[in-house]
Design a binder for this molecule. Structure first.
Ligand code: PGA
Length: 252
């Protein structure tokens, strides 16, 4: 089965309304035909505008970077999946290491968010990945296994088949240090094996697993060419249209 290749941008907390619209417009204009899927993960406040800009551009979708686990209610300052869906976004990034670290998002909360997102027929881009100390101790596969087990493996096969996974080693996020193509491949292969053990090889072979952590035009081609790497979740380089467009065109 051919897996969906995805170049996803994670704008994090960057860009004003005007700048965000300019970035989305530049990406929409610069796109040449591609079989891969492009996802723009914008701040919640820009989702509607960016969804409108890319509406008629084939293979471009919009993602929220977080959502609340409850459907609605008295949660001042939060964004619900229904709101996200109503402005045209189809994806929600969940479990990013910055959310885990700065907002104390743990396994159980993330499992609830995954359920809420899937319940609204949106697609979670579920992030996992280890800190440097775990990598140095050599227990990174076990670390990621626990993240998947605790927040995703309660799902039935059909629900799990919708999930996109992003492996993002924390030591490579925003640091300029990228995992080597081999390190990325080894981890992606290990993740795919975990999915095969739990859900069978058809699900494992069909799940897109993205690499994240200092992806840039200079390294995207080599990373994306690894057999178990199906694209990238890109932070810093997704804020520059030329860089992101080059990354979008890095699939072979
Ligand atoms: P980076 O961020 O590309 O700036 O390292 C990746 C991410 O956090 O998703």
């Amino acid at each position: 089965m051919k897996r969906q290749q995805i170049a996803a941008g994670n704008w994090k907390m960057n860009k004003t309304y005007k700048e965000g619209r300019a970035l989305a417009t530049a990406i929409a204009k610069g796109m040449t035909s591609t079989d891969s899927l492009v996802i723009l993960g914008t701040p919640a406040i820009h989702l509607n505008a960016v969804a409108n800009i890319v509406k008629k551009v084939p293979n471009v979708e919009v993602a929220a970077q977080n959502c609340h686990q409850e459907k609605s209610g008295a949660y001042t300052g939060e964004t619900s999946v229904e709101m996200i869906k109503s402005v045209g976004a189809k994806y929600v990034i969940l479990g990013h290491s910055e959310r885990r670290e700065y907002f104390n998002e743990g396994h159980e909360l993330l499992a609830a968010k995954v359920d809420t997102v899937l319940g609204k027929r949106l697609i979670p881009i579920f992030c996992c990945g280890e800190p440097l100390a775990i990598r140095e101790a050599g227990t990174h596969v076990a670390h990621v296994k626990k993240q998947l087990e605790e927040s995703l493996f309660h799902l039935k096969k059909k629900a799990f088949s919708k999930i996109v996974i992003a492996y993002e080693p924390i030591w490579a996020i925003g640091t300029g240090v990228t995992a080597s193509p081999q390190q990325a491949q080894d981890m992606h292969k290990a993740i795919r094996q975990l999915l095969a053990d739990k859900y069978g090889s058809d699900i494992a072979e069909g799940t897109s697993i993205l690499y994240g952590g200092s992806v840039k035009p200079a390294n995207a081609k080599e990373i994306f060419s690894q057999p178990d790497v199906d694209g990238g979740l890109v932070g810093g380089a997704s804020l520059k249209p030329d860089d992101f467009l080059q990354i979008i065109n890095s699939f072979s």
